[in-house]
Ligand binder design. Structure first.
Ligand code: NAD
Length: 494
């Protein structure tokens, strides 16, 4: 029987009059029929969220002591961890990726974020001070962090549960109502999350799940609603811009993690074994669908041919489309529509005067995977810096490789983009690495590595890659309002 995924609003499952298909990018089979939330349902979720977080209910989620709220979050996280196999299964069904990847990168790692945020909240002490003087008054103030109210959590499809946890966990921990709008491409793991919320002591309304699309659908209704107090969004830069415009009505706060066109620098003294292992991940992991993925490699001219040979071997030996493979492998792109975009950009390589040394095409399997959305890991050379493939975010398993001669030149090449998300620098010269990293306009620079990340460390992007800071304390700060209460002290002396 076909699975149906409903919306979760004020503690109830709600069907809508309109469903859409979620199909597997692995083989095109139907995963689920998804109920698209209409405007009334979005409104109901927001009103319930407002009432329970900062509204007029007698037992507000936002007014519980931190200790009480964190006990509920820990208990919820334990229940969610017990469902980790269902979360992994949901992720594999929606994305077509392997169990190895779903288990190692998302799954329990995402669930543990709820506990990590609860623990970090305990370090967010109130501040206080006595003061006096200038106007003749004495007093004392203390500042504590209050919930903002309703936080819209709008997620992309590339790492669905982890992205949801990074937004929902800090929002709930600080006493807000979290309204999750997963991508239309990945509705399944969010539905498992909502099932566990229903079984937990998180009060009705403090979490809602709304399925649907962007403009003119759940995402658009959510971001336009005046009772949404803040919006945390991860996705494409153009969507981020549309959301920011919507949030300007009513001056709602936004945190936007957006696209990238990330570059790696391979200096002449780099250890090629480290480069090959690191860049296999940085360009091809998750079929290149990680915002930090490297799509441009600048390699010192003295190592250029060696790099191209080595990475071509890497690209050509990657296991593709084996869900049970227990090691580095890649699945399909998220959808046929996305593959069309990626293939369209691959096709510009030869049109613009470049060539492929690996990949460039759609693989043929001769079985049901030919109904999926697979693409070959691809390495291109020979394009000018203004070529479409070099300028635009592809969000697929691709790199363009170009040679460079000196440090100043490569810094300029790497920075020649509207984006500013991540870079990786490969060199055995520590001074050079630390001299170059601060000159690259990005939120995250890795040295001799890629995507080794403490999920509580700050995450931000320059330029078209984002606005606002996320991760750990920064996400807790975004999810709360520092409120200062001042008391006058009468009389003389201290
Ligand atoms: P997307 O912008 O198409 O969609 C993201 C989410 O926004 C989806 O849930 C979608 O339904 C919703 N949405 C779309 N239009 C909307 C609108 N007008 N109003 C409200 N909601 C709307 O992005 P995607 O294709 O799902 O994800 C891929 C993109 O995400 C890539 O550009 C990638 O670089 C970026 N990304 C960035 C980071 C980061 O940390 N900077 C992390 C992961 C992905």
């Amino acid at each position: 029987m076909t699975k149906e995924l409903k919306n979760f609003i004020a503690g109830e499952w709600r069907a809508s009059g309109h469903t859409f298909e979620k199909r597997s990018p692995f083989d095109g089979t139907l995963v689920a029929m998804v109920h698209e939330a209409n405007e009334d349902m979005v409104n109901d979720a927001i009103i319930a969220g407002h009432d329970i977080s900062i509204g007029s209910q007698s037992k507000l989620w936002g007014a519980l002591s931190l200790k009480e709220r964190l006990a509920i979050i820990h208990n919820f996280a334990d229940k969610l961890l017990a469902r980790v196999d269902d979360l992994v299964e949901a992720d594999v069904a929606d994305t077509g990726r392997s169990y190895w990847q779903a288990r190692t990168f998302d799954g329990a790692r995402a669930v543990r974020l709820f506990k990590a945020y609860a623990d970090t909240a305990l370090t967010m002490e109130d501040r206080s001070s006595q003061f006096g003087g200038e106007l003749g008054f004495k007093g004392m103030w203390h500042t504590s962090r209050r919930p903002k109210g309703v936080i819209a959590c709008i997620c992309p499809w590339n790492v669905p549960l982890l992205m949801a946890a990074m937004k929902v966990a800090p929002a709930l921990v600080m006493g807000n109502a979290a309204i999750l709008k997963p991508s239309e491409e990945t509705p399944s793991s969010a539905s498992v999350l909502a099932e566990v919320v229903k079984e937990s002591n998180i009060p009705d309304g403090a979490f809602a799940l709304l399925h649907g699309f962007g403009h003119g659908s759940a995402g658009g209704f959510l971001t336009a609603h005046p009772k949404v107090d803040a919006i945390t969004f991860t996705g494409e830069s153009s969507t981020g811009s549309a959301i920011m415009k919507s949030a300007a009505n009513g001056l709602r706060e936004v945190s936007l993690e957006l696209g990238g066109k990330n570059a790696a620098i391979v200096f002449e003294d780099a250890t090629m074994d480290h480069v090959a292992e690191g860049m296999r991940r940085s360009s091809f992991f998750n079929c290149g669908q990680i915002c930090f993925c490297t799509e441009r490699a600048y390699v010192h001219r003295s190592r250029f041919e060696e790099y191209v040979d080595r990475m071509s071997d890497v690209a050509n030996s990657i296991v593709i489309g084996d869900k049970g493979y227990d090691g580095f492998n890649i699945g399909p792109l998220i959808s046929r529509e996305h593959r069309q975009k990626v293939k369209g950009l691959l096709d510009t390589v030869c049109e613009d005067g470049g060539e492929f040394v690996a990949g460039g095409s759609i693989p043929e399997f001769g079985d049901e995977r030919d109904n999926g959305a697979f693409i070959q890991p691809s390495i291109a050379l020979g394009l000018s810096e203004d070529a479409r493939f070099v300028k635009n975010e592809v969000f697929g398993p691709v790199i363009h490789v170009a040679p460079f001669d000196d440090e100043e030149e490569v810094i300029a090449l790497v920075n020649d983009t509207e984006y500013g998300l991540a870079t990786s620098i490969w060199t055995e010269n520590n001074s050079r690495a630390h001299r170059v990293a601060p000159r690259i306009r990005v939120g995250h620079a890795w040295i001799n590595s890629w995507q080794i990340r403490d999920l509580l460390s700050p995450l931000t992007g320059a330029g078209a890659s984002g606005i606002g800071e996320q991760g750990g304390r920064l996400s807790l700060e975004f999810s709360s309002l520092p409120q200062t209460v001042t008391t006058r002290i009468f009389g003389e002396g201290q």
